[in-house]
Design a protein around this ligand. Structure first.
Ligand code: MTE
Length: 309
């Protein structure tokens, strides 16, 4: 299986030399300026850094945020390479603008949204979320986004819609071949998708989402393992039957549809009881639903969480 078992991740593993960081900052700024100059004003947000004034959210955690550097250099984005450092080095393989997201399937008002239109659906909020990866590490990430529920309201789901499927961009000319069954897909039950915690993220640390984190728009579901958060989404489909996700296809006995953070259900090859917060040395106990039980436990009442893992 490709998702690696938990290893002891030392801060030194994620700390690139200062020179590298400076170079990247320069390239990013130069790239943004060039892109901003080339684009019509309506696309300028896709190229500029700051996302402007952000509403604070009561759903944010007050825990210490993981450094921007760790969040943007320690990534899983297999289309851009399978090593943690690959996505940040291969950002040229994905062009996040222009971009649009099709919302289709069992909806009364199917529609394609440009990024500008997504940004207008709801006030942009900063959501500081604990994120936990099935590999055994965690981060605290200050996302910027809108509730997925705001988008779903616009398309008016039909009564028969029970699940939502998310499809990531895939270009075989520039992206990884093999490894997973592309395009990368994920899925949620409709009530999970409508939960106020579920967001479409367009930024982090107050700025436009970096390519390696799933630019220009990705899913963030903080009570589930990080892999539920499909990156660089091009289609959102309302469907009747539970979708089969990319990870379920790759390892059905290891990655179930629900993928809720649950310290009581081991991954078949390792325990999920503890985690290492990136930047810290000692391990922490993993919390049920990643600490979001109060908001989401009721979604799963009566379900056998060993069967529906
Ligand atoms: N989305 C796409 N399209 N491709 C991927 O490989 N990896 C997933 C998820 N979304 C992945 C993806 C996994 S395994 C994780 S842990 C998170 O993205 C990582 O998100 P981050 O790099 O922003 O922390």
């Amino acid at each position: 299986m490709l998702i690696r078992p938990p290893s002891d991740i030392l801060p030194s593993e994620i700390t690139a030399p200062d020179i590298y960081r400076e170079r990247r900052r320069f390239i990013a700024q130069a790239g943004s300026l060039a892109l901003a100059a080339a684009l019509p004003a309506s696309h300028a947000h896709a190229a500029t850094g700051s996302l402007g004034p952000l509403a604070a959210s009561p759903l944010s955690t007050a825990e210490e945020r993981t450094s921007r550097k760790a969040i943007t250099t320690y990534n899983n984005f297999y289309e851009l390479g399978t090593d943690k450092s690959d996505p940040a080095e291969n950002t040229h393989r994905l062009k996040p603008a222009p971009w649009s997201v099709r919302v289709e399937g069992l909806v009364n008002k199917p529609r394609t949204f440009g990024i500008d239109e997504l940004l207008k659906l709801a006030p942009l909020e900063e959501r500081i979320y604990r994120m936990r990866c099935v590999e055994g590490w965690s981060m605290v990430i200050p996302w910027v986004g809108i509730p997925l529920a705001s988008l779903l309201r616009q398309v008016d789901p039909q009564g028969s819609a029970k699940y939502v499927e998310f499809v990531s961009h895939y270009d075989k000319a520039t992206m990884t071949r093999g490894v997973l069954d592309w395009p990368y897909t994920e899925g949620l039950r409709l009530d999970e998708a409508r939960n106020p915690l579920t967001i479409l993220a367009v930024g982090l640390y107050g700025e436009v989402l970096p390519v390696q984190n799933g630019a220009p728009v990705r899913l963030v579901v903080p009570w589930k393992y990080g892999f539920k958060g499909a990156k660089s989404i091009v289609a959102i489909r309302l469907v009747e039957k539970q979708p089969i996700t990319a990870w379920m296809k790759a390892g059905p006995s290891e990655y179930g549809f629900y993928s809720n953070v649950n310290p009581e259900v081991d991954h078949p090859r390792w325990s999920q009881a503890t985690e290492r917060r990136i930047g810290e040395f000692s391990k922490r106990k993993t919390l049920m639903y990643n600490g979001y039980a109060e908001q989401v436990a009721s979604l799963y009442s009566g379900m056998d969480l060993r069967r529906f893992f």
